[in-house]
Design a protein around this ligand. Structure first.
Ligand SMILES: Cc1ncc(COP(=O)(O)O)c(C=O)c1O
Length: 369
């Protein structure tokens, strides 16, 4: 199936056999538990909704299909998905190499939960250069964690190149594909081992559900993550599963329009006298435009830019907006705008933030449809 077809049909084939009602849309199965005829095994295949639920199953099938994976798993947030993957792969004293430009909440999870509580070490590197990742790998490195494009500086890294150097040492590569969406980028086909998403963003696309996803094709690893999905329990609810499955049906259409609008905005901002820098991989001036053309099928809808006049100018600009909501999050049909230094990346200490390049003059835009 092509992407658009899978987005509509995967996981939602109408049941026309006897007893099936033929719904063309997956029903919302709210039951927390499922009756059985005998103690030995569940009669209808389900026992308890944390370990499995028909609506979530349908979504998980769809998630796998759109990411080109064998398996999909749905979680109660993007961070719940990240936590469950990390819990599965890490032990005390292990080491992780991560892109230094990451969603602030991911860094908070790594530094303040996994590092402080469990002694896991994180090396943050500028993964725009594959060599920086290669030289940070250690004997006890358990995975490489990448975002591309990154939040909030819209930087890219070469998934194929990094997977090659990591795999030479038997180290898996995990890509947070939230900013590109499965429509514009296929990390598994480029050599990544696991993809994670905040489905809160483009995948659901309507700013009305918080969720996360993991997609992968390795069966043994899938079994381990699924075990922990149930053991730790951060599953997506049936109602949210329905919403995300519904959102996915229009993902292709939405992404085309997000991209068109983002490119228009980015070009406008690039020519504006009060703007000192625009970060959008669809601009020829983006230092990684060639990589974006090669690695992605499109440039997505996220832009960040720097306004002249520092923080006071940034705050004045944000206060003056009428239509764009000043709000965290992204990827919804409406345009959203935010100030990373005080909002999405406030949990990253100022020194670390500035080292990466997240300045007080930086503004992030999610172009709507
Ligand atoms: C790139 C990226 N990954 C992960 C997350 C976390 O997702 P959630 O907010 O659904 O937990 C976010 C949230 O903004 C994000 O932008």
């Amino acid at each position: 199936m092509k992407f658009e077809t899978a987005a509509v049909h995967a996981g939602e084939e109408p049941v026309l056999s006897e007893g099936g009602s033929g719904d063309v849309v997956i029903p919302i199965h709210l039951a927390s538990t499922f009756a059985r005829r005998d103690v030995a095994k569940p009669t209808g295949g389900y026992e308890y909704s944390r370990s499995g639920n028909p609506t979530r199953d349908a979504l998980e099938t769809k998630l796998a299909a759109i990411e080109g994976a064998k398996f999909g798993l749905a979680f109660s947030s993007g961070l719940a998905a990240e936590t469950t993957v990390a819990l599965t792969l890490l032990k005390k004293d292990d080491h992780v190499v991560a892109f230094d430009d990451l969603y602030g909440g991911t860094r908070r999870l790594f530094n303040h939960v996994f590092q402080e509580n469990f002694g896991i070490k994180f090396s943050y590197v500028d993964a725009r250069e594959t060599e920086n990742v290669a030289s940070a790998l250690r004997r006890n490195t358990r995975f490489v964690w990448l975002e591309t494009p990154t939040n909030p500086l819209i930087r890219l890294c070469d998934i194929r190149g990094i997977a090659k150097v990591a795999h030479e040492k038997g180290i898996p590569v995990i890509v947070d594909n939230t900013f590109a969406s499965p429509y514009f980028q296929h990390p598994l086909a480029l050599g990544a081992d696991i993809v994670v998403h905040s489905t809160t963003k483009y995948i659901n696309g309507h700013s009305d559900s918080v969720g996360g996803a993991v997609m992968l094709s390795d069966e043994a690893l899938h079994q381990r993550i699924r075990y922990n999905q149930n053991a730790a329990g951060a599953i997506l609810s049936p109602f949210d599963s329905f919403l995300v499955a519904r959102g996915i049906k229009t993902l292709a259409l939405r992404m085309e329009r997000h991209q068109k609008n983002a490119l228009t905005l980015a070009k406008y901002l690039e020519g504006h006298e009060k703007v000192s820098a625009v970060h959008y991989p669809g601009l020829r001036s983006h230092p990684q435009y060639a990589l974006a053309k090669k690695q992605m099928d499109g440039f997505s809808g996220m832009i960040s830019f720097e306004i002249k006049g520092g923080k006071p100018a940034a705050l004045k600009f944000l206060r003056a907006l009428r239509l764009f909501s000043l709000a965290e999050s992204l990827g919804g049909v409406e345009s959203l705008i935010e100030h990373p230094a005080t909002m999405t990346h406030a949990s990253v200490p100022k020194k670390e933030r500035e080292k990466v390049g997240v300045k007080d003059s930086l503004i992030r835009v999610s172009a709507g449809i």
